[in-house]
Design a protein around this ligand. Structure first.
Ligand code: ADP
Ligand code: MG
Length: 266
C-alpha cells in the first residue's frame, strides 16, 4: 500500500498526532516501571495500549497526564509541551482520563458527580452568582441537560438521582467516563473501561466510543479484553516490562510473534 493510500484509509495519519510522548522513564525505587517508552495517538484515532500485567501501562497513563512526574521524557499534547502543567490544566486543554479503579464521589448523586465534571461554569465565579443569576441558572440547566444526554448514552439515566456509592463497579466506570465527557475533551485516556463490566454494557460502551470518535474525539485505551481492543482500535501499542515491544494495526499486532510470546510468558 502506498503512503497516499494508507492516508486515505486512516486520514488521521496525515495530521500531526494529538498526543506524542517519547523517552519516558519512571523509576519506583529500584524498579523501572516505564523504561524509555514512546507512544503516539493520531488525531481522531482510537489507539490501544496493551501489555501483560505490570507492563507499566497505568504508570504510562499517569505520566502522560502528569498525575506522576516522569524522571525523563517529553509529552506533546495538541502541539504543546505539557510536562510543566498540572493535571487540571491538562484537562482544561482537552485531555482527560479515567482510572483503572473508578474514582467517583460515593456520597454525591450520579448527577452531582456529572456536574462536577463540567468546567468553566459561570457559577464557579463567586460574583457571577450575584451579578448574573439568570445566566447561571440557564447554564446549570444546560449542563443538566447535557449530563442527562450523556447518562442516557452510558445507560445510567435511571440512576441519575441515586448515590454514586450505590453503583456497581462497572456502572462506576461508566459514570467516570460520562463525567470525563462533560468537559467535551479532545482526547480521553481510558484505563480498562471494560474490566468488571457485563458483556451487554461492554457492547454499549464500544458503540458509544465509536460514536464519540465519529464526532471527532480521540481515544487512548488500555484494555485486556482483546475483542474490545481489536474491534475499536486503528493502531495498537504494546508495552512489556516498561518498554515498547511493538506498534501497528490490529492485524499486525495479532500476528506479531514477540507480542504473543510476551502474553504467553505471563
Ligand atoms: N506508585 C508505585 N510505587 C511503586 N511501584 C509501582 C507504583 N505504581 C506502579 N508500580 C509498579 O510498576 C509496575 C508497573 O505497574 P502498572 O503501571 O500498574 O502496570 P500495568 O498497568 O501495565 O498493569 C508494577 O511492577 C507495579 O507494581
Ligand atoms: Mg494497569
Amino acid at each position: 500500500m502506498t503512503q497516499a493510500e494508507e492516508q486515505k484509509r486512516q486520514p488521521h495519519l496525515a495530521k500531526a498526532p494529538i498526543l506524542a510522548a517519547s523517552g519516558l522513564v519512571k523509576n519506583f525505587g529500584g524498579l523501572t516501571a516505564v523504561d524509555n517508552a514512546a507512544i503516539e495517538v493520531g488525531q481522531g484515532s482510537i489507539t490501544g495500549l496493551i501489555g501483560p500485567n505490570g507492563a507499566g501501562k497505568t504508570t504510562l497513563f499517569n505520566l502522560l497526564s502528569n498525575f506522576i512526574r516522569p524522571d525523563r521524557g517529553r509529552v506533546i499534547f495538541d502541539g504543546e509541551p505539557i510536562q510543566q502543567l498540572q493535571p487540571h490544566q491538562i484537562a482544561q486543554m482537552g485531555m482527560v482520563r479515567t482510572f483503572q479503579v473508578a474514582r467517583v464521589l460515593s456520597r454525591l448523586s450520579v448527577m452531582e458527580n456529572m456536574l462536577l465534571g463540567a468546567q468553566k461554569q459561570t457559577g464557579e465565579n463567586f460574583w457571577n452568582v450575584w451579578l448574573q443569576p439568570k445566566q447561571v441558572i440557564e447554564e446549570e440547566k444546560q449542563l443538566r441537560e447535557r449530563a442527562m444526554r450523556i447518562l442516557e448514552s452510558v445507560g445510567l439515566v435511571h440512576m441519575a438521582g441515586a448515590y454514586a456509592g450505590a453503583l456497581s463497579g462497572g456502572q462506576r466506570k461508566l459514570l467516570e467516563m460520562g463525567r470525563a465527557l462533560m468537559t467535551d475533551p479532545k482526547l480521553i485516556l481510558l484505563d480498562e473501561p471494560a474490566a468488571g463490566v457485563n458483556p451487554t454494557l461492554i457492547g454499549q460502551i464500544c458503540d458509544r466510543i465509536l460514536a464519540w470518535n465519529r464526532e471527532g474525539m480521540s481515544f487512548l485505551i488500555i484494555e485486556h479484553n482483546m475483542d474490545v481492543i481489536m474491534s475499536l482500535c486503528d493502531r495498537i501499542w504494546v508495552l512489556a516490562e516498561g518498554r515498547n515491544l511493538a506498534d501497528g494495526t490490529p492485524v499486525e499486532i495479532q500476528k506479531n510473534a514477540q507480542v504473543l510470546e510476551a502474553y504467553l510468558g505471563q
